[in-house]
Design a protein around this ligand. Sequence first.
Ligand code: LFR
Length: 471
Amino acid sequence: VTGGVVAAVDLGATSGRVMLGYVGDGMLRLEQVARFPNGPVPGPDGLHWDFSALYRHIVDGLTEALRREPGIASIGIDSWAVDYGLVHGGELLGEPFHYRDERTARGVGSVHGEAPFAELYRRNGLQFLPFNTLYQYAVEARLADADVALLIPDLVAFLLTGARFAERTNASTTGLVDVRTGDWDLELAARLGIPASVLPPLVDPGATLGTLHGEARERIGAPLQVIAVGSHDTASAVVAVPLSTPDAAYISCGTWGLVGVELDEPVVSDAAREANFTNEGGVDGRVRFLHNVTGLWLLSEAVRTWEAEDGATIDLPALLDAAAAVTGDIPLFDADDPRLSAPGDMPARIAAVLDEAGATVPATREAFARTIVESIAQAFADAVATAGRLTGRDIDVVHIVGGGALNRLLCQATADRSGLPVLAGPVEATALGNVLVQARAHGWFGPDATLEDLRRVVAASVSPERYEPRS
Ligand code: LFR
């Protein structure tokens, strides 16, 4: 057999999807079966996800996928990183917290009191992000009540199959995995008061997690296998970047812009730490050496505020066209300013940041949108240059994958500001990476297919759009 069809569950911070992935003749193709909204839900004790609703949508989507395509060979699940659900007696202990909840600030203080950031970086290789799971566990009142803590894709797999595992690429974002060995850093966990019992066994992408059981099996209607993929969405996206040269950089651009390169070995130098570059686990033991740039979140939150003001929806493509036509000086702000990470009135907060820096606040929405997009592009260009400097690579092309690849203004501005050609696409890199890792586990690309082989399949299936830098 050299092909077949699998289902991919791909959960993003603003929407989730269930897709069918068709693989054959060294090509692949996606078909969307279900799409459902996602986002932060304010509660009395902070921001949460509506995980119960997400899970219902996933089961409905998989049911529909199997109805359309009875030959599905397996299911793979990926989502955003760092967030988790606590399980006790087989039940979920409340809705998972959203990583943008402000409670994590307290966790940072207590963790760094025990293990200073420079030590953490040597151990886990992670850039500082205040919501990394270890900071969340430090303020998690119910951790001691849990039998196990499962990251979001692992939690979905648990509910579907009963199996309790931690997929390695996503586990690497907890801050509790040793960057050299890829195993739990149990000594660090003990120092931070995290019981080893809540950390489930680690598995690699490609492993079989289990078979649908119980209610899920009855509802969906077949004993399908769930296979571990790069369950961190960014890990799956990087699998599907059709890297065109050995010195290519990538930007996985959705809510976040994850900007970096792929390495074989981690870089945990002082310079990498000071530049806040992360060493996250990739598929096949590769290292995702990258920096989190606050990406299209800035634009989507601004649009959400304007829509609330107007009581009407905004036509985003039209707004971006108008933004592209703005002339004159474009004021810029630091897209990574931590004050811009929580939900809220984004235009007002960006205005405050600009004002503080002595820059003019744009007077129209189109000028505002332009300032946001150009500021993101500048942060992208800076991170690409830093990735090159820290790894000694002469970056010669930038691949943009994910929803941001559709944003022409952003792609062109990134080319202009980096001075490098940008290759935009595939838009659905995450779902493609999810499908590819399942397909490889089924042997559809032969017995020894490498990541490079998988990327050749992507390159044969999609043609990225090229943006040349303008002076
Ligand atoms: C992107 C992403 C990033 C991670 C952030 C929070 O969707 O997974 O890689 O840093 O969300 O989990």
